[in-house]
Design a protein around this ligand. Structure first.
Ligand code: CP
Ligand code: NVA
Length: 297
């Protein structure tokens, strides 16, 4: 039976912990120059319906490092559901490649694709989830604190795809998670599992936080709401003053790309507390762990 990686929710706590353990090992092996080519002869198709820097490059480099190869499919190429039904694309691609990574808008489309595909499907970002990001995030927290268990993570901003996956993974690794957003921008309960706390007061929410996390206020596909969101998210920026309310050793996290002067102040991005480039790097190692788990025979 093939297995997919569409959301953190599909995975048990021990499976998430195992992926994280492998990701840390892969990082050490790569740095020591002793990485293994466990996916020799395997091909990953990468379908993008939105732009990307980290997801595209980290998957592509990850496959090469593991001895495999990739086919990159640009947003205007297959035109999922327009030029051809999703079900047909999934069945055709399954005849050519060993796994498919998709970045798309509708999570339902992704699920439909996965239902018809006979090879593993990986979510590279949908409107509901960003599970690869969440794995890299916890990996980064573990590097900084030894373990994520018992740590207080405060997500300040839009209750979006990144937020949902962060909430879901926090529960799997026994971290405490608080979501702090303006009214009307709460996360979707149908996309989440585990325990989480809701706040509408950033000053209060970040008190004693080990991790302060944010993401853009306007996600890809919501561009026409930009002006309204800029107004409604006032007071939710991560500033140096806000970081002072967190714990002394608190770290600042962002999945990137970051909009300086909106969800985060430029000096926070550049501060010693900021681990954003470790997060970005860890996408590579975390995704290699996922690829190996789904593909290595
Ligand atoms: N964080 C993230 O997924 O970045 P990209 O959109 O650049 O892939
Ligand atoms: N929430 C953002 C994440 C980008 C990585 C978006 O969906 O555009």
């Amino acid at each position: 039976m093939k297995r997919d990686f569409l959301s953190i929710r599909q995975y048990q706590s021990d499976e998430i912990r195992e992926l994280l353990k492998v990701a840390h090992s892969l990082k050490k092996e790569l740095k020591a120059g002793v990485g293994k080519r466990t996916l020799e002869g395997k091909t990953l198709a990468m379908v993008f319906q939105k732009p990307s820097n980290r997801t595209r490059i980290s998957f592509e480099v990850g496959m090469y490092q593991l001895g495999g190869t990739v086919v990159f499919i640009k947003p205007d190429e297959i035109r999922m559901g327009e030029r051809e039904p999703i079900a047909d694309i999934a069945r055709v691609m399954s005849r050519y490649v060993d796994a498919v990574m998709i970045r798309t808008f509708s999570h339902k489309d992704l699920e439909e694709f996965a239902n018809y595909a006979t090879v593993p499907v990986i979510n590279g970002l949908s409107d509901c989830y960003h599970p690869c990001q969440a794995l890299a995030d916890i990996m980064t927290i573990e590097e900084r604190f030894g373990s994520a268990a018992g740590r207080k993570i405060v997500y300040v901003g839009d209750g979006n795809n990144v937020c949902h996956s962060l909430v879901n993974i926090a529960g799997k690794v026994d971290a405490e998670i608080v979501v702090c957003c303006p009214e009307g921008y709460e996360p979707d309960k149908d996309c989440m599992c585990g325990n989480w706390t809701l706040s509408h007061d950033p000053q209060q929410a970040v008190k004693g936080a080990d991790v302060v996390y944010t993401d853009v206020w306007t996600s890809m596909g919501q561009e026409e709401e930009t002006e309204r969101r800029l107004k409604e998210f006032q007071g939710y920026s991560i500033t140096t003053e806000l970081m002072f309310r967190a714990s002394d050793k608190a770290i600042f996290m962002h999945c990137l790309p970051a909009h300086r002067g909106e969800e985060v102040a430029a000096d926070v991005v550049e501060s010693a507390a900021s681990v954003i480039f470790d997060q970005a790097e860890n996408r590579l190692h975390a995704q290699k762990a996922v690829l190996q788990a789904l593909l290595a025979s």
